[in-house]
Design a protein around this ligand. Structure first.
Ligand code: HPA
Length: 236
């Protein structure tokens, strides 16, 4: 299965583990590798989309940036799955909370990812398909979050192509359908995983509260990430 290199990933002989954490920011991938993993080796520098393989409590795990948006995470996840044999893809990121009962730093686990993107059209399904995360990973992540005492919300997120929207009512319509939070990648990841028969999950830290307009600072985000990353690593 393993290809030597793809247009966007050139591991130069470094293995990529079957389980990978996928933050949007490549420097966050470096931070996760340096902070949590042992015996790390860099497996990608193409376009500075840094990827590392190491061990967590003795188990092999990789971590790699995805960039922002469905096109970016989709091409990296496609290559990881189809060319490097990755089986468990766990996005870790921030999200904007869209329900009133959610606070900054709460953990959100995506059960599904609705989207305003056209990415799913390529699968030519005779109807609307619901991109879901892996129940196996979801159930384990929720149990780990509960054991650790984190305030956790599980449900449907919105993977939006639009950060600065021309339609001021768009988000409130999604809110009325019970969407917990907005981010920009998970629907592409879940679709690629489902089409290939592998497992994917997305775990978030609330960085913005869209209903109350509360926001974290960039410095606060760094520390707030810890809970989410540790849950993801426990899945490896
Ligand atoms: N929109 C999209 N993605 C995000 C947001 C947001 O408000 N906050 C964190 N990721």
């Amino acid at each position: 299965m393993t290809t030597t290199s793809t247009p966007h990933i050139d591991p130069q002989g470094v293995e990529i583990a079957e389980t990978i954490l996928l933050p949007g920011d490549p420097l966050r991938a470096k931070f996760i590798a340096e902070t949590y993993l042992d015996d790390i080796r860099c497996f990608n520098e193409v376009r500075n989309m840094l990827g590392f393989t190491g061990t967590y409590q003795g188990r092999p795990v990789s971590v790699m940036g995805t960039g922002m948006g469905i096109p970016s995470i989709s091409l990296y996840s496609y290559e990881l799955i189809h060319h490097f044999g990755v089986k468990n893809l766990i996005r870790v990121g921030t999200c904007g909370a869209m329900q009133e009962n959610m606070d900054l730093y709460d953990v959100v686990i995506a059960q599904g990812a609705s989207t305003d993107s056209n990415y799913l059209d390529q699968f030519k399904l005779p109807g609307q398909w619901a991109p879901l995360s892996s129940y196996r990973l979801l159930e384990q992540a929720k149990r780990i979050a509960d054991e650790r005492g984190h305030r956790t919300h599980v449900g449907n997120v919105l993977s939006s192509d639009v950060f600065y929207s021309a339609d001021p009512e768009a988000l409130s319509r999604w809110m009325k359908m019970g969407i917990l939070a907005v981010e920009m990648e998970s629907a592409g990841l879940f679709a690629n995983a489902a089409a290939a028969g592998v497992d994917a999950l997305a775990i978030f830290t609330v960085s913005d509260q869209i209903v109350t307009n509360a926001k974290t600072t960039p410095a606060e985000r760094q520390t707030a990430f810890t809970a989410m990353i540790e849950i993801a690593l426990e899945l490896a």
